[in-house]
Design a protein around this ligand. Structure first.
Ligand SMILES: *[C@@H]1O[C@H](CO)[C@@H](O)[C@H](O)[C@H]1NC(C)=O
Ligand SMILES: *[C@@H]1O[C@H](CO)[C@@H](O)[C@H](O)[C@H]1NC(C)=O
Ligand SMILES: *[C@@H]1O[C@H](CO)[C@@H](O)[C@H](O)[C@H]1NC(C)=O
Ligand SMILES: *[C@@H]1O[C@H](CO)[C@@H](O)[C@H](O)[C@H]1NC(C)=O
Ligand SMILES: *[C@@H]1O[C@H](CO)[C@@H](O)[C@H](O)[C@H]1NC(C)=O
Ligand SMILES: *[C@@H]1O[C@H](CO)[C@@H](O)[C@H](O)[C@H]1NC(C)=O
Ligand SMILES: *[C@@H]1O[C@H](CO)[C@@H](O)[C@H](O)[C@H]1NC(C)=O
Ligand SMILES: *[C@@H]1O[C@H](CO)[C@@H](O)[C@H](O)[C@H]1NC(C)=O
Ligand SMILES: *[C@@H]1O[C@H](CO)[C@@H](O)[C@H](O)[C@H]1NC(C)=O
Length: 515
């Protein structure tokens, strides 16, 4: 029991951060769990490089630009006047001129190209809206590093990293958009902001805080209610478990029992030899198996897309179903360890090109972990993704807020601010609050996505609309359309287009612009 609990603490850490923090595993006496990144995680499983650009359609072409951004928007202390180069990507080919819309992507926790390449919806709809596309990189990620452009300097101490906050990030977006519109002499061009995951949270918050700069927001899979007191701290892992349970009870039972069997095997020389034989582990690294398994199950639930995907790692359509199929109809052995191997094969070796599991290598090619670990321990404390209930497919891990905060304090050396997001952006009684104070937001959520349990799942007003799709996964609506898309997905995207078109008509009418 204790062993299992310790193991999952380590497992989630690896999930979250291979690079920066083995310190968490022991921090706070077994506490210090960190949540998965919101974006699909890259995990190089076999010492060979998986192509990140795989499957990017040829129409993704853009110009790269840089904007001199202010370090700190919120005070006049001399250090605030520091600047950095913020990267943004532009495609103005479809733009219909000065009154035509500008579609801005609110960059999230990684290299902005990753999101540009995978937010197909914007590319698909730009021509019909005659929209300019702008993808803005989030500060402290990709190339947009303060302190001279070097990641080492930006992350070298808390005084340098302290400017990495969501409020600074959306203020950056606001300043950049204003400057861009000024340079285009297009003050009246309506701006719609899009985002998925953490980027979706930023998009929604931007519409709430900067309604004079963005006239609408498409917030896809944005867990703005994932914070303490706003959602069930067990909900993330409960959704993951239910995804598998819903496929088959047997699949759920096998996965649930696998940890104990792995633990037992890892505890003896004989067992370790057997694992080494069953799993083709790189360098006989059998201790990595539980982490790899947990990683696979969490990310497969997030990306349970209806069509094959080949981003970061190659996956078949509905990978959760594929995993349960492999468990329910085994090809090799029927024993649990052979079944676990089959599960790992689906996630890590869909291409059939993997030489061995758990090879290490560059685990963070899109530069997510240093920044996200920091954010997740200072203000973005998404409590929804920490507790693991007794009925989970993962080993239980009771939610303990004190432990989480202690782990974060150890990690950053600073007191975490778990209530700041709620103070600044709100969340309690969100329906009544936003009904009176906001407008023009789409909240899309797919219920197979574990992050959906922190999302806005009920429409709030005529223009704050929740689109909820039982079969959907993490920001599936923003992906490129494909001929194999199921009807519900085609319909979701049509609805989004109709809603955006309605916002724009209203805007032109309010502004008396004939368009
Ligand atoms: C914008 O994208 C279109 C197609 O997606 C492409 O034809 C065009 O060359 C791109 N423009 C720039 C400036 O990259
Ligand atoms: C994005 O796509 C472009 C063009 O296909 C490619 O050159 C680039 O490497 C991709 N970047 C990422 C981070 O996937
Ligand atoms: C923190 O790092 C920055 C950037 O490297 C450096 O300029 C600054 O002097 C450092 N501050 C402290 C307190 O170490
Ligand atoms: C607008 O033009 C100014 C002056 O050339 C430039 O410094 C600034 O970076 C431009 N803004 C953007 C968003 O590119
Ligand atoms: C559960 O599985 C059934 C059959 O596979 C499917 O029809 C149903 O939509 C699923 N429910 C959810 C919430 O995924
Ligand atoms: C694991 O198996 C490989 C060959 O399959 C062998 O070379 C290696 O020594 C084994 N490692 C351990 C720790 O047993
Ligand atoms: C990956 O799949 C290929 C093709 O089926 C197989 O030859 C290889 O052994 C697999 N790799 C691992 C680590 O199991
Ligand atoms: C899980 O089970 C343990 C022991 O059986 C019990 O003490 C605990 O309250 C349960 N946790 C939850 C969240 O139900
Ligand atoms: C949380 O963990 C701390 C120590 O790590 C312990 O003292 C405390 O009792 C725990 N709280 C709950 C509610 O279990």
């Amino acid at each position: 029991m204790a062993l299992a609990a310790a193991m999952i603490a380590v497992a989630s850490l690896v999930l979250f951060s291979v690079m920066s923090c083995s310190c968490h595993a022991v921090g706070g006496g077994g506490g210090g769990r960190l949540p998965p990144t919101l974006t699909r995680q890259y995990y190089e499983a076999g010492g060979q490089k998986i192509s990140g650009a795989g499957g990017v359609p040829a129409k993704v072409q853009y110009e790269t630009r840089y904007f001199t951004q202010r370090l700190d928007h919120f005070n006049a202390a001399p250090a605030s006047y520091g600047t950095f180069q913020q990267r943004y990507l532009v495609n103005a080919t479809f733009w219909g001129g000065k009154a035509a819309p500008v579609f801005v992507y609110a960059g999230n926790e990684g290299d902005v190209e990753l999101f540009t390449n995978n937010t197909g919806f914007m590319w698909d709809v730009a021509p019909r809206f005659r929209a300019m596309l702008v993808f803005i990189e989030h500060r402290y990620y990709g190339q947009s590093m303060p302190f001279g452009g070097s990641k080492e300097a930006a992350y070298s101490n808390a005084s340098a990293t302290g400017y990495l906050t969501s409020t600074q990030a959306i203020a950056d977006f606001a300043e950049l958009i204003l400057s861009l519109k000024a340079n285009l002499t297009a003050p009246a061009a309506p701006v719609v902001v899009f985002g998925g995951s953490y980027g979706g949270m930023l998009a929604a918050w931007m519409r709430m805080k900067y309604p004079h700069i963005v006239m609408g927001a498409v917030a896809s899979s944005a867990p703005i209610l994932g914070f303490y007191g706003l959602s069930d701290p067990y909900s993330f892992y409960n959704v993951v478990s239910n995804d598998f349970k819903n496929e088959s009870e047997h699949c759920y039972d096998v996965l649930r029992s696998s940890w104990k069997e792995l633990d037992e095997a890892l505890a003896t020389d004989q067992g370790r030899a057997r694992l080494n034989h069953t799993f083709n582990m790189c360098k006989g690294n059998v201790d990595a198996i539980p982490n790899l398994l947990e990683n696979a199950l969490v990310y497969v639930a997030m990306t349970d897309y209806p069509t094959p995907s080949s981003f970061l790692t190659s996956l078949p359509a509905y990978p959760v179903r594929e995993i349960c199929r492999a468990i329910d109809h085994p090809s090799s052995g029927k024993d649990t360890l052979s079944l676990v191997k089959d599960v790992m094969t689906i996630y890590y070796n869909n291409t059939g090109e993997l030489a061995c599991f758990g090879g290490g290598g560059d685990e963070d090619p899109y530069g997510m972990f240093a920044g996200w670990n920091w954010q997740a321990c200072t203000e973005m404390i998404l409590t929804m993704s920490y507790g693991v209930s007794n009925s989970s497919i993962f080993p239980p891990d009771p939610f303990n807020f004190t432990d989480i905060l202690a782990g974060c304090r150890d990690y950053t050396g600073l007191p975490p601010r778990p209530y700041w997001i709620e103070a600044h952006f709100g969340g309690f009684d969100i329906g009544n609050v936003l009904k009176r104070s906001a407008s023009n937001i789409i909240f899309f959520n797919g219920l197979r996505d574990p992050w959906s349990s922190g999302g806005v799942l009920k429409s709030i007003s005529e223009s704050i609309i929740a689109l909820v799709e039982p079969q959907g996964a993490h920001h599936v609506d923003l992906r490129f359309s494909s001929k194999e898309d199921p009807d519900w997905l085609v319909q979701v995207r049509r609805k989004e287009m109709r809603i955006i078109a309605r916002w724009l008509r209203q805007y032109y009418s309010d502004e008396a612009i004939s368009s």
